[in-house]
Structures are given as structure tokens and as C-alpha cells.
Design a protein around this ligand. Structure first.
Ligand code: C2E
Ligand code: CA
Ligand code: CA
Length: 748
């Protein structure tokens, strides 16, 4: 028997990953034959490989050398085997082992050979090993089983242990060999496969496996559940043909496949169709499966049903992009669309018109009829505006009572005007809101890209300015943005920054316009009117800067300064004039909104600190303050009343609200009839009516802006209490009024 042959054969057998049974058998045969032959030659049957050199005579030297040589060869061969290997005699004594076995035992060959398990292993392992070995030798059968062992370095290994008897040439068993293959990695892999199979079966995610040509090989239960198809129904078909919703074209799928081909995966959202024709959204990942050779073996598609999530997202995006009341695009959505339209127009060299629509007097309706009615009106207004536009136009609600229309791809500039006029006319039609019929009108600002502005934000701003012009011109009309408007806008922004320094630099002063008692012609009252001595512009009138101050919040410090200044003189003149004196101070609705009663308290405290009686101050408020839902008008009036400060209702007759809205507020002392009653509507009967009603409610009436003798006479006849106007005196500085008061009453 040639050991080389044995070695070669063994090597061939062991080289295979998994030895078939026949291979094991022939291997064992070879091993046992070899041992037998060596033993025969050496006459050492009991200790096949334990060569006792002493027992070998010199006559046997040649044989011994040969045996040594062969033993060395066999040993090196055994050591080259990646599996652990040992051979035992019939009574369990180790006769041979390789390095793998040494390593597993943590012992050297010398320490192992000649010993039994009982001398080497723990009692527990001895027990299990010996019972198996008994069985192997008893039944003459090989047994393969898995065993977990702990190496001397502490690492745990799973061995596939084969134990088999080996035989002599006479067919008698000579002992037992063991071959253990470390299958730890394989076990781990198997466990992984088992787990992934479990996942595949039980996951909520749909999984689908196809071959390289996208033909379905397998689907998991979740996929079957989601799509409604059983495996048999889809096997061999392509996912695209099975689940196509028609919402994505073939280019979409081509692109998907192309991406997978190039990058190995694709992910995205796909609309798919269930067996019951229901369409659903899925979020999907497609991965290619590569073989060892790097070729594509197939594809795995993983997907989940995101229809509900998508619906929720749609909801959220709807809420983020649409106004919940009118369902129109909201401000941010509008901005996006405007930008988009501008881009398109830039490319097409066309123009875009922007209409900014503000409902006139909406606030009053909201305040008097309630927010619910106001909401109904806004909805109806949204419908009417949409009615006036084409499908391709955008109608949006910017908030409050502000709407906007984007007219895209405008060719005829006349068209803009037609739409604007249509909208104004439709909004002027009566609104039937529950029981009440309400009239509103609209002021529309028009601006055009690219003439007026190039950027969306600028365009909106200029539309806003144009809209304000429409309002100032008397509402219920439209106005174009013009270059003049633009300079005015720039002017305003410059003015508002100047306004800041004005307070600090003491550029304000007050004029006082005397108010005469119609009966006596005496002056017991004057209205404080604010003036701004601008360093470069000269005197700026309140009509120019008060709205700016209101917008910027600077109205608060300004109002405070006005009050203190006016109160100072009021106190002096009250002491000076027999029968007392009152200074009327204008208050802006914004003051009440911003700080409510807080500033009121500081005023009242100021009066106390300076020993100025409250009764020499009259605060002029407008109807707006009474109707403002954001302020507690009653509380404000009550506070004034408690401090003995009188209240006048200014500009009466200009507001929207019906006469007598102030009847709810008995604390008001004076009514100031607006100049429009006296000038345009110079009408004795009307004035008489207002005055009579005021008197009935315990109010006294002041007529403003009396310019002509005729008006004065009319007012006297109508029973008016006080008059104020250029006819008697222009607003004058405090020192002037002081002089007049000191030198006696001014006569008519
Ligand atoms: P207003 O309260 O209605 O004040 C009366 C306005 O009519 C004053 O204009 C006054 O100069 C003007 N006027 C007086 N007599 C005649 C006349 O016979 N004919 C004509 N055509 N006008 C006359 P002014 O001073 O320009 O004030 C404008 C508005 O500015 C005031 O209207 C008031 O609302 C506001 N204002 C003035 N001072 C203050 C202030 O200190 N605080 C606040 N918040 N607003 C103020
Ligand atoms: Ca006033
Ligand atoms: Ca007034």
C-alpha cells in the first residue's frame, strides 16, 4: 500500500465540501487498510502509530525508518486536513490525531496519544462521547451528529462529528476514527436563512422575487394579501403586467429597470393595482440579486402599502397649501404658483397679471354680524371671484378678506380690466347671509409682470399699493400700479424710518383747534392735532404719518407723547379759563388693540401725578374702536369714565355701522359729526335728526370742519352744541391759544 496514493485519495475526498456517504466509506476503508498494513509491517497491532523504537531491533532498522517516514508523511497529511481528526483503539485509547484536534482540545499530540477521554475531558463530555462510541463499535455503524464544543480559547464551535469503526483486512474492527467538521459558520448562515425565511413569510412588507427577465418566481404572503393574488396566479408573469395601475407609463418602468441595472437598486413610490382593481400606493425598493459570478440572478422587490399614509400626507399638504374655509390655495401656495407663472412667462416672453382683491367693510360685517356670518360671506365671495376667472388662472385667499387672482399667459392687457370689472360687479351684488342681506364691495389692485416688477414678492407688494389707492379713491374700484405709486411707496418707507428718529429728536408738536360753544361763543374746548416738523420736508400732516405709525407700532410712543403734552396744557387752561377747559386728544384704534388698557393706566397715573383733573381731557375715538372684536371697548370706556375722562365719538357718520351703535355705550359724552355731513350732505333735516337722537341719548354734538357762515347757521338751527372749523380758527400752537384764552373768549 502506497501512502502517497492514500494521501492523494484522502485529499481528494476531504477537499469536497460535503462528503457523500460513499466517499466517507471509501475514505474510512483506505485509512483502516493503511493502519492495518503499517501495523502488520511493524508487528505492532495494538499501537498502530505509537512507535516504540526500543522494541525495534536493529534488524528492523530499515523497516523502522520506513515506518517513521510514513508516519511523518501521514501526520503531515492529517495536519493539512481542515477538519479535526482522531483515531482510537477499541478500548478508547487515542492513537492518532491532527493539529485541528490538538487545537480543539487545547492539548499537544504528545499529551493526547495513549490517553483516553476519561483522562482528558470533563466527566460530562466523556459520558456523551463514550456512549456514542460504544454504539458505533457495537453496531459497526458510523454515526454523524452535531456537537457544540468549546475550544481552549473559549470560542464555541459547532462540529459535525462523524464517528466510524475501522477495520483490519480480516474485516474485524480495529478501533474508531472521528472526523469533525467545523460547521459554525454554516449553522449561523442556516439560522440566518431560517430567520429570513420567517421574515419573508410573516413580514407585513410585500416581497416578490423575479428571475433576471422580471418573471415572478415567488411572492410572500404579505404580497399575496396586498395584491389579492395567489402565487399560482402570478408565477411567470411580470410584476408590471400584473399590478399595473395605468398611472405610470412604460417609460417609468423602463427608467426603474435601467436604474436597477446600473446601480443595483431602485426605490420610490409606485401606484399599483390590486386584483379587485383597487388602486393603491406602494413604497418600493427593487434590488438585484447577484450570483457569485457577479451576474444578475434575479430581482427582489420589497414594498409596503402607503395609501393611507399618502392620504394623510395629502391631507397635511392640503392643509398646508389650501385655505380650509374657502378651499382656495393659501398664501404660501399662491406664492409658489406666482413664482411658477413668472418663470413660465419669462420663457414664453408673455406677461402675468396679478389682481389683489380686498373686500370693503368686511371687518364691520364680521364685527356686527359675527364671525360665522363673515365666514359664509368669504366662502361666497371666493365662489364669485372664481366664477370670473378661467380654469388656468389661480384664485387664492391670502388671509382675512384678501383674495388674489393670477391671470397667466396674458395676451390682451384689456382682458385684465375686464376680469377686474367683472369681479367688482359680482362682489357688489347683495349677499344673502341667513336672514340678513349684506352689501360689500371690493377694491382691486392690479399689477403686471414684467412691467411693474420682476419678482413675485415685489409684484405682490405693488399690487397691495395699487389696492390701497383703489381704497383711498373711494373703494369699489380697481387701480393699476404705476411708477408714481412706486415712488410714493419708497417715500413711505423712507418716512417710516424718519419717524423713528422724530420721537427721539423731539420733532413733534401739537396744534390746538379751538372748539366753540355755539350758545355763548366761548372756548371751553380745543382739539389737539399732531404735527411733525420734519428736518428736510418741513411740516408733515398727521394724515401722512399716522397710518405709517400705526403700521410700524410707533403709534404707541407717539400717542403717549401727545397725551402728556396735551394734558399739560389742559391742566393749565383748565385753571385759567373760568368754567373749566377740555383738550380733546385723538386716539388710534391700534393703540387699544396693541396694549389694551395698559397704556390707559399710565395716562391716568400721569394725570394723578401732575394733579391734572381727568375731566379736562376728552379722548376722541372712532366707531372702529367700539366695534373692534379684539378689544374690550366697554372696559376701556369704563376705565376712562372712572378716571373722569370724557370720550368723544369722532368722525361720526363715516363708518359702516348703523346709527346708534354707540347707544350701547352710554359713557360716551360727545358726538363729532364728520365734515361730510356738513359739507357734501349739508342737510338741515339730517343734521337735526342726528343731533336730536344724540341729545336723547344724553350726548352733546360737536360739528367739525365748519368753514362757512351758512353751515354755522344751519348747525345752530339744528341745535348743535359745539362747532369747530376754519371759520372760527385754524389749528394753532399752544402759545397762541394760550394768549387767546388769557385775553378773553374768542368771538365768532
Ligand atoms: P380729525 O380727528 O377728524 O381731525 C380733524 C381734521 O380736520 C384735522 O386735520 C383738522 O386740521 C381738519 N380741520 C379742522 N377744521 C377744518 C375745516 O374747517 N375744514 C377742513 N377741510 N379741515 C378742517 P389734521 O390735523 O390734518 O388731522 C387729520 C387727522 O389726523 C385727524 O382727523 C385725526 O384723525 C388724525 N390725528 C391728528 N392728530 C392726531 C393724534 O395726535 N393722534 C392720532 N391718533 N390721530 C391724530
Ligand atoms: Ca379728531
Ligand atoms: Ca374728525
Amino acid at each position: 500500500m502506497h501512502h502517497r496514493l492514500l494521501a492523494r485519495q484522502l485529499q481528494r475526498l476531504m477537499g469536497n465540501d460535503f462528503l457523500p456517504d460513499e466517499s466517507w466509506n471509501s475514505f474510512l476503508q483506505l485509512v483502516s487498510n493503511y493502519y492495518y498494513e503499517v501495523d502488520l509491517e511493524r508487528g505492532l497491532l495494538e499501537n498502530a502509530l505509537e512507535v516504540n523504537s526500543e522494541e525495534l531491533t536493529s534488524a528492523n532498522a530499515q523497516l523502522r525508518a520506513k515506518a517513521e517516514h510514513e508516519k511523518a508523511l501521514l501526520q503531515s497529511f492529517m495536519n493539512s486536513i481542515p477538519d479535526l481528526f482522531f483515531a482510537k483503539s477499541m478500548d478508547g485509547v487515542y492513537m492518532a490525531c491532527n493539529q485541528m484536534f490538538e487545537r480543539a482540545m487545547g492539548l499537544t499530540e504528545k499529551e493526547i496519544i495513549g490517553k483516553t477521554d476519561a483522562q482528558l475531558l470533563s466527566a460530562e463530555r466523556v459520558l456523551s462521547a463514550s456512549s456514542i462510541e460504544k454504539k458505533v463499535l457495537g453496531t459497526n455503524q458510523q454515526i454523524v451528529m452535531e456537537e457544540w464544543i468549546t475550544h481552549s480559547d473559549g470560542s464555541k464551535h459547532c462540529l459535525e462529528m462523524l464517528r466510524a469503526p475501522y477495520y483490519g483486512v480480516d474485516g474485524k474492527p480495529l478501533g474508531l476514527i472521528g472526523i469533525g467538521r467545523d460547521i459554525t459558520d454554516r449553522r449561523k448562515l442556516e439560522e440566518q436563512i431560517r430567520l429570513s425565511a420567517l421574515v419573508y413569510q410573516h413580514t407585513a412588507e410585500g416581497m416578490l422575487v423575479t428571475d433576471p427577465s422580471y418573471q415572478i418566481i415567488d411572492i410572500n404572503p404579505a404580497c399575496a394579501r396586498m395584491t389579492g393574488y395567489a402565487l399560482e396566479e402570478v408565477r411567470g408573469k411580470s410584476p408590471e403586467e400584473m399590478f399595473n395601475s395605468g398611472r405610470q407609463n412604460s417609460e417609468f418602468y423602463e427608467l426603474m429597470r435601467e436604474t436597477v441595472l446600473q446601480t443595483g437598486s431602485w426605490s420610490g413610490e409606485v401606484w399599483a393595482c390590486r386584483k379587485n382593481r383597487e388602486i393603491f400606493a406602494k413604497s418600493m425598493v427593487v434590488n438585484s440579486i447577484l450570483g457569485d459570478d457577479g451576474k444578475v440572478n434575479g430581482f427582489v422587490m420589497l414594498f409596503s402599502d402607503i395609501t393611507e399614509k399618502k392620504q394623510a400626507n395629502d391631507m397635511i399638504s392640503r392643509q398646508a397649501n389650501y385655505d380650509s374655509l374657502t378651499d382656495l390655495p393659501n398664501r404660501s401656495n399662491f406664492r409658489e404658483r406666482l413664482k411658477h407663472e413668472i418663470l413660465q412667462a419669462e420663457r414664453a416672453r408673455s406677461s402675468v397679471a396679478l389682481l389683489l382683491i380686498d373686500l370693503d367693510h368686511f371687518k364691520e360685517i364680521n364685527d356686527t354680524l359675527g364671525h360665522l356670518v363673515g365666514d359664509v360671506l368669504l366662502k361666497e365671495a371666493a365662489l364669485r371671484i372664481s366664477d370670473c376667472t378661467r380654469k388656468s388662472d389661480t384664485v387664492a385667499r391670502l388671509g382675512g378678506d384678501e383674495f388674489t387672482v393670477i391671470l397667466s399667459r396674458m395676451t390682451d392687457p384689456k382682458h385684465v380690466e375686464v376680469v377686474a370689472q367683472k369681479i367688482i360687479a359680482r362682489l357688489a351684488e347683495p349677499f344673502q347671509l341667513g336672514d340678513s342681506v349684506v352689501y360689500v364691495s371690493a377694491s382691486v389692485g392690479i399689477t403686471v409682470y414684467p412691467q411693474d416688477a420682476l419678482e413675485a414678492e415685489e409684484l405682490l407688494k405693488s399690487a397691495d399699493q395699487a389696492m390701497y389707492v383703489a381704497k383711498r379713491q373711494g373703494r369699489n374700484r380697481f387701480s393699476y400700479f404705476t411708477q408714481g405709486l412706486q415712488t410714493a411707496a419708497q417715500e413711505r418707507s423712507r418716512l417710516s424710518s424718519d419717524l423713528r428718529t422724530a420721537i427721539l429728536e423731539n420733532q413733534f408738536y401739537l396744534n390746538y383747534q379751538p372748539i366753540l360753544d355755539l350758545d355763548t361763543g366761548h372756548i371751553h374746548m380745543a382739539e389737539a392735532l399732531l404735527r411733525w416738523d420734519h428736518p428736510t420736508r418741513g411740516i408733515v400732516m398727521p394724515g401722512e404719518f399716522i397710518p405709517l405709525a400705526e403700521e410700524t407700532g410707533l403709534i404707541m410712543p407717539i400717542a403717549d407723547w401727545v397725551f402728556r403734552e396735551a394734558a399739560k396744557w389742559a391742566g393749565r387752561w383748565n385753571d385759567l379759563v373760568p368754567g373749566g377747559f377740555q383738550v380733546c386728544v385723538n386716539a388710534s384704534p391700534v393703540q387699544f388693540r396693541a396694549e389694551g388698557v395698559a397704556f390707559q393706566k399710565t395716562w391716568i397715573q400721569y394725570l394723578k401725578d401732575n394733579a391734572i383733573p381727568g375731566k379736562c381731557i376728552v379722548i376722541e375715538i372712532t366707531e372702529g374702536v367700539l366695534l373692534d372684536a379684539d378689544t374690550d371697548a366697554l372696559e376701556i370706556l369704563q376705565n376712562f369714565h372712572n378716571a373722569d375722562i370724557k370720550v368723544a365719538l369722532d368722525d361720526f357718520g363715516t363708518g359702516y355701522s348703523a346709527y346708534g351703535s354707540f347707544a350701547k355705550f352710554p359713557i360716551i359724552k360727545y358726538l363729532k359729526i364728520d365734515k361730510s355731513f356738513i359739507h357734501v350732505r349739508s342737510n338741515t333735516a339730517l343734521c337735526e335728526g342726528i343731533i336730536m337722537m344724540a341729545h336723547k341719548l344724553g350726548l352733546q354734538v360737536i360739528a367739525e370742519c365748519v368753514e362757512e357762515q351758512l353751515q354755522s347757521e344751519m348747525l345752530e338751527k339744528a341745535g348743535c352744541d359745539f362747532v369747530q372749523g376754519y371759520l372760527y380758527s385754524r389749528p394753532i400752537v399752544a402759545e397762541q391759544l394760550d394768549a387767546i384764552l388769557r385775553h378773553g373768549a374768542m368771538s365768532r
